[in-house]
Design a protein around this ligand. Structure first.
Ligand SMILES: Cc1cc2nc3c(=O)[nH]c(=O)nc-3n(C[C@H](O)[C@H](O)[C@H](O)COP(=O)(O)OP(=O)(O)OC[C@H]3O[C@@H](n4cnc5c(N)ncnc54)[C@H](O)[C@@H]3O)c2cc1C
Length: 636
């Protein structure tokens, strides 16, 4: 209550009334845009637009690799500068360009797109960070494809994947007990029945689990409330304890997945089978929680999709639109600092460091950072300055502790097409049959680097295998006679920390040996399931967590920003992770504003631009799609 009184004292009754009127307007505006769409041209009906054929690689490169030079940025009055060029940044750039703003996007890497990027090694095409897309969303009118189609101007088409998508191999020492399970997607009923068919005696347990997932997912509606309400109001409401109890959300957020599964069943295979899909984003057994466990099946339940032409095509269409509307997307442009005025209240410029061009300060009244909370408020702005602002201080205070684990990824190039190699679209998980999964994982992460190197066989396995080349029919048209696979495992960040922020050629032999030894184990286990691919291997390359700090400027190699553990989903964290920062002219976007995933990050772009323009673009989208259940999502 005292906060409310403080606010009234500081802004006066008139200020408070103005504030309330403004927020009421924010709510009404989407409906005005529905009635008078030509006054609000940021969103438009994309369902009748024909998707465009994938452009040749050379065209994508020409568009997404425009080199930063002083000449290209000097002399232009930029309205907005965006740090980073992942999907959230590019979506923000497109929407702001449509609103008439002159946008400059600056990317430190040699190609725009962030996780949407494709990279080529010895003639093999790999996709960095978009291997599956789900058809999901907070409500019927705003789903993942509404967002992606809107952002890309309807240029994309999406290929539906085999419904038997999620495969879980539980490997026992006694090979006869090793079993491959499948989760089939299409609808809640299809998913549930596919699980029951494999564990018929456990039908009740499975129904309880799927019901819990649905309820946990439904409870996440509160996330929009805490992100959209004014920050001071959310803090006030959260202090009033009983209000939390009105919602189910915290019940699920505090429910540890391991404990919940143990309470449901003693069947070890079943528990691994049910928990597995959540492994996409839960890297921490202690922090596993039913919000994420419930979210992932919901993400995949209506089917799994892949962008035709690959994710880089999405980046291409986003960049192209910004360029067409007078903006620039420039690469090899490392933003070293966000500059504040002398009162330290307003962001007015960024300092760019480029290998070829040296340093340059570029000014704009609006700056958006998609570089993540730690990078932005500890590296781009000094922490002690950031801490002066209540929203940022709260964000840094409540930021979830870093889980110890980090990714190790093997990128494998194979001779032969999808058909010739007999590979499937499925995501395949590998787990050990013996032992308690969570306990083994915990012990594994307690090991030292030396211990793990000495062991012949590590008593833990949790691997995700994706044959990305099988995901789209065009892959073998672009890459005749070739296939690729990504094998992702988890290791401990500490084992690699000493090489953080070093270039590859500075890391030396010790680094290489560690990476190769751990990586070889991934390949060994992978071949146990796919022995026929051994002779087809043409290329193997490993990425350690420090590769990701280099490529994507990831803090501690974290693939999706904050770990998806329970503390990341407290209402306090969710409310502090919002587009506004309290620093005038500075906004956040990206996977931490919403949560990890391509479509979530795209949604962050909508939220950030809405905040800048004083509109609610998600509600506007809902108003636009109201009563149009048969709109075309460009799904093949
Ligand atoms: C290996 C992997 C697999 C994944 N698989 C999937 C999947 O199958 N499905 C799914 O939905 N999601 C997946 N994700 C997650 C998803 O890709 C991300 O959550 C999402 O794309 C993040 O988008 P973003 O805009 O927040 O940031 P990013 O795409 O990470 O973009 C941030 C950009 O900012 C740049 N940058 C940072 N600091 C600076 C600076 N100081 N100056 C200039 N540029 C800077 C970085 O170089 C980067 O390009 C995966 C991610 C990874 C890494």
């Amino acid at each position: 209550m005292s906060e409310l009184l403080q606010l009234v004292a500081s802004v006066g009754i008139g200020g408070l009334v103005a504030y309330c009127v403004w927020h009421t307007l924010l709510f009404i505006k989407p409906f005005l845009s529905f009635l008078f769409p030509h006054y609000y041209p940021v969103l438009y009906d994309v369902s009748s637009i024909e998707p465009q054929p994938p452009p040749p690689r050379s065209v994508i490169e020409e568009t997404c690799r425009k080199e930063f030079t002083k000449f290209k940025v000097n002399g232009t009055k930029w309205d907005v500068i965006i740090v980073g060029s992942g999907i959230s940044a590019l979506t923000s750039g497109v929407l702001l360009s449509r609103a008439g703003k002159k946008v400059l996007v600056l990317e430190q890497a040699p190609e725009a797109g962030g996780c949407l990027r494709t990279f080529h090694l010895d003639g093999y095409e790999f996709q960095v960070g978009c291997h599956v897309l789900g058809l999901t969303g907070p409500c019927e009118g705003v789903n993942s494809f509404d967002l992606l189609n809107q952002a890309t101007g309807g240029a994309m088409a999406f290929e539906k994947q085999d419904p038997e998508f999620e495969q879980i191999l539980i490997r026992h020492k006694d090979e006869s007990k090793t079993k491959l399970y499948t989760q089939r997607f299409g609808s809640q009923a299809v998913w549930e029945e596919s699980m029951i068919a494999q564990f018929p005696k456990e039908a009740d347990t499975i129904r309880k689990f799927t019901q819990a997932c649905s309820e946990a997912y439904k409870s996440t509606y509160i996330v929009f409330v805490v992100k959209y309400l004014p920050f001071w109001l959310v803090r006030l409401v959260l202090k009033i304890g009983f209000i939390r109890k009105l919602f189910e959300y915290e019940k699920w957020q505090n429910l540890n997945t391991r404990d919940y599964l143990n309470s449901l069943s003693d069947n070890s295979d079943l528990k691994k089978f049910m928990a597995c899909p959540a492994g996409y984003i839960v890297p921490d057994p202690e922090g596993s929680n039913m919000i994420v466990t419930g979210f992932i099946p919901k993400f995949l339940i209506n089917g799994v999709f892949y962008p035709l032409g690959g994710p880089a095509k999405m980046a291409y269409h986003l960049v192209k639109q910004i360029q067409r509307m007078g903006g620039e997307v420039l690469v090899n442009a490392n933003v070293a600092a966000i500059l504040l005025d002398k009162d330290k209240t307003r962001a007015y410029a960024v300092a760019v460091e480029s290998e070829n061009e040296g340093s340059l300060v570029i000014e704009a009244p609006i700056i958006i950072s998609s570089a993540g909370i730690w990078n932005t408020f500890e590296r781009l702005i000094p922490r002690e300055v950031s801490m002066q602002f209540p929203i940022i201080a709260e964000a840094l205070r409540v930021a979830p502790p870093l889980a110890p684990c980090a990714p190790l990824i093997a990128w494998v190039g194979l001779k032969g097409t999808t058909e010739e190699l007999g590979i499937k679209q499925a995501s395949v998980w590998h787990l050990r049959g013996e032992g308690d999964f969570f306990q083994e994982y915990k012990s594994y992460l307690e090991m030292t680097r030396e211990q793990v190197l000495e062991m012949e066989e590590v008593p833990f396995e949790w691997t995700l295998i994706q044959f990305m080349s099988a995901r789209e029919s065009d892959y073998n048209v672009r890459n005749p006679g070739k296939s690729v696979c990504m094998i992702a495992g988890f290791i401990k960040w500490d084992w690699f920390a000493e090489w953080d922020n070093m270039n590859l050629n500075e890391r030396g032999e010790k680094y290489e040996k560690l990476k190769q030894t751990l990586g070889a184990r991934l390949i060994h286990n992978w071949l146990l399931q796919f022995p026929h691919l051994k002779d087809k291997i043409d290329l193997i390359n490993f990425s350690s967590p420090v590769s990701f700090t280099n490529w994507l400027r990831r803090y501690h190699g974290k693939l999706m920003g904050f770990d998806m553990n329970a503390s990341r989903f407290t209402l306090e964290v969710l409310s502090a992770m919002r587009p506004s920062t309290g620093i005038e002219g500075l906004y956040m976007t990206g996977q931490e504003v919403t949560t990890g995933g391509v479509t979530n990050s795209c949604a962050a772009g909508f939220m950030t631009v809405g905040e800048i323009l004083g509109r609610n673009l998600l509600l506007e989208l809902l108003a636009m799609n109201w009563n149009k259940p048969n709109r075309d999502f460009h799904i093949l």
